[in-house]
Design a protein around this ligand. Structure first.
Ligand code: TYC
Length: 102
């Protein structure tokens, strides 16, 4: 079947535009070397957490190996991952931070 009527085309376009943008989880991964206080600092600085929230997520990652620090659209998620990885690198910590589609 071919789409010919303008209202059909508009309907199809609306459908496409309405699709919500995919969201990405940002994950922190545990390691044996990054200081706990540094991870808490990262969570406060880049993910706007308070001391209590940051401590809870850091301990979750420490005990379970991985934890979600936020869920964002792709461009924001990739910027934050780059910022965290760079901040860890210049402070010489092996902290890993990745994103995955939610
Ligand atoms: N396991 C680290 C330590 O014992 C702390 C840590 C927590 C490191 C979370 C990374 O994403 C991380 N110092």
């Amino acid at each position: 079947m071919s789409i010919s009527k303008p209202e059909d085309v508009l309907f199809m376009q609306k459908k496409v535009e309405q699709k919500p943008p995919p969201l990405y989880k940002i994950l922190l991964l545990n390691d044996d070397f990054t200081p706990m206080d540094f991870v808490i600092e990262v969570l406060k600085e880049f993910f706007s957490m308070n001391q209590e929230q940051a401590t809870r997520i850091m301990l979750k990652v420490h005990h379970e190996g991985v934890g979600v620090c936020g869920i964002f659209p792709e461009d924001i998620a990739s910027t934050k991952v780059k910022q965290v990885v760079e901040f860890a690198r210049i402070n010489q910590h092996p902290l890993r931070c990745v994103m995955e589609e939610n």
